[in-house]
Design a binder for this molecule. Structure first.
Ligand code: R5P
Length: 290
């Protein structure tokens, strides 16, 4: 297998290559004076199966363009069934028309990928798994929440109460709690579609408990910071803030720490300074199977 990385995913692609014993392609990249992107596959392949590795973390649209150009390169080299590893799937939070006149952005992006010749995507904890059945291309969605549990143990959080916000909160909290053999619950969260204002609440009884809040995405950090404040107010002892995809926009990390979090960790699906858990092994294992 030959891993062909986009310019924004070289480091993670190298880690996947090491974990799976795959070859890593050399991709040349530059921008034309007018800003347009130029990519060239400098490595050759004959009997190897090429697989794209190109996350869609910010700048999302730029990375989307890299993905389409790389797909064209490989289709031009007769790649038959094209798999793209996209550790972070962009636009997955606009998965419905929340207000009249809006697009379903994730479906638009998936259609663009299909048009670019991508047949299959391997991703990690897609924000909107319910969209998979409507996708024009096959999506394999891997769950990395178990990796975070290992790091909680290492950080001395042995049996924390696990809480997750959002629609999939129960499932994610249950997964981490089952590994640590501890209790779990949900944080109800809602965001005003116009103002972006976030409200959180929970029924969990947390007095004197160590608590770990596990979310799929930290973007502005508002949901996590408000959740940390909430559990502290309910009497939690130590609080760990964990996420799969750490976008960590602007002052999000300091906002979470200032809200009272004792620990902040993420995976490396998105390049970020809190990425202690790597999804490389998980992705390498799946690529070895398909
Ligand atoms: C919401 O459904 C997600 O699980 C996250 O809680 C949300 O996307 C985080 O966004 P932010 O960091 O901007 O509050």
């Amino acid at each position: 297998m030959l891993l062909v990385p986009g310019p924004g995913s070289k480091y993670l692609a190298a880690k996947i290559a090491v974990a799976g014993g795959f070859r890593l392609a050399d991709v040349e990249y530059k921008r034309f004076p007018d800003g347009e992107h130029y990519l060239r596959l400098a490595s050759d392949f004959k009997d190897e199966k090429p697989v794209l590795v190109n996350g869609l973390h910010p700048p999302q649209d730029e990375h989307l363009m890299h993905l389409a150009l790389l797909a064209d390169i490989l289709k031009g080299r007769q790649a038959e069934y094209l798999t793209a590893v996209i550790p972070y799937m962009a636009y997955a939070r606009q998965d419905r028309r929340f207000r009249e006149g809006e697009p379903i952005s994730i479906l638009t992006v998936l259609r663009m990928m299909a048009g670019a010749g991508i047949d299959q995507v391997v991703t990690v904890n897609i924000h909107s798994p319910w969209i998979i059945s409507q996708s024009p291309i096959k999506i394999i969605d891997l769950d990395a929440s178990g990796l975070l549990a290992t790091y909680l143990l290492q950080a001395g959080f042995e049996r924390p109460y696990i809480l997750s916000p959002g629609k999939k909160g129960g499932t994610m909290a249950e997964e981490v709690a089952s590994i640590l053999e501890t209790s779990y619950g949900v944080i109800r969260s809602s965001r005003d579609p116009v103002t972006g204002e976030v409200e959180v609440s929970t029924d969990a009884e947390l007095a004197g408990e160590d608590v770990a809040i596990v979310d799929d995405v930290i973007s502005t950090g508002t949901t996590m910071a408000k959740s940390v404040q909430l559990v502290k107010k309910l009497g939690a002892k130590r609080v760990a803030a964990l996420c799969i995809h750490g976008l960590f926009l602007q002052d999000s990390a300091s906002k979470i720490i200032e809200s009272g979090a004792d620990l902040l960790i993420a995976t490396d699906t998105v390049p970020n300074g809190f990425a202690v858990a790597s999804v490389a092994g998980l992705l390498a294992q799946k690529l070895g199977e398909i």
